[in-house]
Design a protein around this ligand. Structure first.
Ligand SMILES: *[C@@H]1O[C@H](CO)[C@@H](O)[C@H](O)[C@H]1NC(C)=O
Ligand SMILES: *[C@@H]1O[C@H](CO)[C@@H](O)[C@H](O)[C@H]1NC(C)=O
Ligand SMILES: *[C@@H]1O[C@H](CO)[C@@H](O)[C@H](O)[C@H]1NC(C)=O
Ligand SMILES: *[C@@H]1O[C@H](CO)[C@@H](O)[C@H](O)[C@H]1NC(C)=O
Ligand SMILES: *[C@@H]1O[C@H](CO)[C@@H](O)[C@H](O)[C@H]1NC(C)=O
Ligand SMILES: *[C@@H]1O[C@H](CO)[C@@H](O)[C@H](O)[C@H]1NC(C)=O
Ligand SMILES: *[C@@H]1O[C@H](CO)[C@@H](O)[C@H](O)[C@H]1NC(C)=O
Ligand SMILES: *[C@@H]1O[C@H](CO)[C@@H](O)[C@H](O)[C@H]1NC(C)=O
Ligand SMILES: *[C@@H]1O[C@H](CO)[C@@H](O)[C@H](O)[C@H]1NC(C)=O
Ligand SMILES: *[C@@H]1O[C@H](CO)[C@@H](O)[C@H](O)[C@H]1NC(C)=O
Ligand SMILES: [Cu+2]
Length: 593
């Protein structure tokens, strides 16, 4: 199989060069021989030495195991307010961070601590802030998931989150209070670090999202009754022209200098849609997926599901006679509400040209609702097939189905995993039970909780979809190994994982990341090491679906969870939340996530 051959050759390559600077890969774009002596002796992390970071850490460091301790703490204050903004020229009541949408780009260096104050200045909602993809080594209490790691922050209150950026790359942060982030409580984050490919300039993050003119609370309620409505627009870095009259909004645009090589950090911050993305006439070299550096590869179009990130490098190498190019975001069939095939969502133009609307045409592509498959981690790691075979059994299978149940005189959709729909209790988060040594959570079926008591063993999960809708599955607290998924085919009946499929799995440097697609009517097999005690949510990142119950929590090594960081105030915080919540009219009518 081509993919496997590619992976194993990378593995050999990676191991063979593990102790020297990977000059071949680092010159992938600049195509000038890199001076290895230079990189090791004087690390500038400059345009021709992006592989190094400082004298002790570089792209060959396994960031899951070691990271710099910079001793630096980066502070941010985030205030969530309720106000009217015009992201694409149309007035929208939004819940936003520091008065802006998206929120500020939080930036730190690899190994820094971040200390972030989150203040809830809304009137009628709680909130909690999750730092997507940050693995929270020994700091599960800072994961920001209401009902799992904390009680929501009530109006008027502030919570300070503190954690270390042990990995580097691109991510985002968002509210985990039901689908609140769809109303604007979302921003991106950059942890500066080394790269597998050189570049001259970092253009920063480019968040892409669906956008609904109605409040997310209204859209979410419509979604659970009649199915998800399609979005009204696609926003790129928080803006676009609008779909109603073409006036008022504008295209996100970047000006390029010919001959310059750029880093661009793509982030899907949507609530319902996955995208295929491309920049006309320019090939992307993919260098990192989520927080994991990969062996670079070139692509005209890349697939990005909700929560996923791809760091790509490209060179402004086109002739001046066609100076403007469309950046495109297509919604593949079956991957969210079809937005009329509109794909021209932002502009890249060469310096010196007038910013006319591009006339460029797209590269050919095959729309697919299926993960990128060439993602071979740069630091190769293997997963134990023997352990998989030894532990593979029905207990490791999570079966995803859809049902509907009555609620307030309506029937509402509920997703089930092994017949349970997650429904957390905002007033009694899992970590509060742990902090108080209260075992009663074990009897609460709605928590969809799986205990993983053993330290440093493989946890394997076969996620079996028996419904024909694909889901982006996100795990907190870990970069998982994507051992495999059923083929990219539309099947009208479920394709069931059996022991015969073990041969289809890849144990030899599989993709590691924190979101992977579960194909409709198909399966996805994930693995992770139980190396991080905590209560970790795993859920579909379609906001409607997790609200409708599509999630489980893994309680990993409960006896070793360090709740000290919040022992003093977890109870106080929960009391404050209960006081507000029980006095007010707001009621939770979904999973709460
Ligand atoms: C690489 O380093 C050698 C010295 O080890 C030096 O002579 C040479 O000029 C350097 N090449 C580049 C491209 O900087
Ligand atoms: C490092 O690279 C510079 C050019 O960027 C070159 O002038 C210098 O000789 C190199 N130094 C070493 C020690 O190779
Ligand atoms: C935002 O303001 C509107 C208009 O005053 C109000 O109806 C809504 O409840 C507010 N939302 C929150 C979360 O406070
Ligand atoms: C959150 O605020 C919105 C208004 O912005 C309201 O419709 C919704 O009921 C509130 N939800 C909760 C659970 O407080
Ligand atoms: C998107 O906006 C942020 C905040 O203004 C900025 O830092 C970033 O560079 C922008 N992204 C691109 C690709 O221009
Ligand atoms: C969205 O708002 C419009 C105008 O207020 C309303 O007619 C429509 O029913 C709303 N849709 C949903 C899904 O709430
Ligand atoms: C390019 O972006 C600027 C804001 O940075 C905006 O004013 C301008 O209208 C945009 N151009 C187009 C063609 O949308
Ligand atoms: C979108 O484009 C695809 C491929 O060209 C086509 O099959 C499909 O019908 C189009 N959908 C809409 C809504 O125009
Ligand atoms: C999946 O859900 C549907 C609708 O509730 C139900 O009829 C069916 O039996 C379920 N399938 C399995 C295997 O549980
Ligand atoms: C344990 O938690 C439950 C909430 O599920 C609570 O009602 C009970 O009082 C707690 N028990 C103790 C001993 O704190
Ligand atoms: Cu889903």
């Amino acid at each position: 199989m081509a993919v496997k051959a590619f992976l194993s050759s990378c593995l050999v390559f990676g191991l063979g060069l593990a102790s020297v600077i990977p000059d071949k890969r680092l010159t992938h774009i600049s195509r000038s021989p890199l001076n290895a002596t230079n990189v090791t002796s004087e690390c500038t992390h400059g345009p021709t030495s992006r592989g190094c970071w400082n004298d002790d850490f570089d792209i060959d460091t396994d960031a899951e195991v070691e990271w710099p301790n910079t001793g630096r703490t980066v502070h941010y204050s985030l205030e969530i307010t309720n106000q009217t903004l015009y992201p694409d020229g149309v007035a929208r009541d939004m819940l936003v961070i520091n008065g802006q949408y998206p929120g500020p780009v939080l930036t730190a260096n690899w190994g820094d601590f971040l200390e972030i104050d989150v203040t809830n200045k809304m009137e009628h909602n709680g909130t909690s802030m999750h730092w997507h993809g940050i693995t929270q080594q020994s700091s599960c209490t800072q994961d920001g998931v209401n009902g799992v790691t904390e009680c929501p922050i009530p109006p008027g209150a502030t919570r300070t989150y503190k954690f270390q950026a042990t990995e580097f790359g691109t991510t985002w942060y968002h509210s985990h209070f039901s689908y609140q982030y769809g109303d604007g409580v979302v921003g991106t984050m950059i942890i500066n670090g080394p790269s597998t490919v050189d570049y001259d300039e970092d253009l920063g993050t480019l968040p892409i999202t669906d956008f609904y003119y109605n409040s997310t609370w209204d859209v979410g309620h419509a979604a659970e009754r009649t199915g998800p409505p399609k979005g009204d627009n696609i926003l790129v870095n928080g803006t676009n022209i609008n779909n109603l009259n073409g006036d008022g909004g504008f295209y996100h645009n970047n000006t390029l200098v010919k001959g310059t090589t750029y880093m661009l950090r793509l982030v899907n911050t949507a609530v319902d849609n996955a995208y295929m993305l491309s920049l006309d006439n320019h090939k992307f070299t993919v260098v990192q997926a989520d927080f994991v550096p990969i062996e670079p590869y070139d692509a005209d179009w890349v697939f990005l599901a909700i929560g996923q990130r791809l760091d790509v490098v490209f060179t402004a190498d086109q002739d001046e006679d066609l100076p403007n190019y469309w950046f495109r975001a297509m919604i593949p069939a079956g991957c969210g509400g079809n937005y009329n095939n509109q794909s021209t969502v932002a502009i890249f133009n060469y310096q010196g040209s007038s910013l006319d609307l591009p006339t460029s045409t797209p590269a050919d592509f095959e729309p697919r609702c299926y993960d990128e498959e060439s993602l071979a981690p740069y630091i190769p790691k293997a997963v134990s097939r023997d352990d998989f075979e030894a532990t593979y059994s029905a207990q490791n299978t999570l079966t995803v189905n859809l049902t509907s149940v009555p609620q307030n005189g309506h029937k509402v959709f509920r997703w089930t995993i092994n017949d349970g729909s997650i429904d957390v209790d905002w007033e009694n988060p899992t970590l509060k039970y742990i902090a108080e040594s209260n075992d009663t959570y074990k009897a609460i079926k709605d928590l969809n909780l799986y205990e993983l008591p053993d330290a440093n063993v493989w946890a394997f999960w076969v996620i079996q979809n028996i419904f024909p809708v694909a889901h982006p599955i996100h795990l907190h607290g870990h970069d998982f190994y994507r051992l495999g998924a059923s083929p990219n085919i539309a099947s009208s009946t479920p394709i069931i994982f059996t022991e015969n499929n073990i041969d289809d799995l890849n144990f030899d440097n599989p993709t590691r990341r924190d979101v992977a697609m579960l194909p409709g009517n198909g399966w996805l097999v994930l693995a992770f090491r139980t190396d991080n005690p905590g209560a970790w949510l795993m859920h579909c990142h379609i906001a409607w679906h997790v609200s409708e119950g599509l999630g489980v929590q893994f309680l990993e090594r409960a006896s070793e969870i360090d709740t000290r960081m919040s022992m003093g105030h977890l109870k106080d915080d929960c009391d404050a939340w209960s006081n507000w919540y029980n006095a007010g009219p707001a009621t939770k009518d979904d999973s709460g996530l």
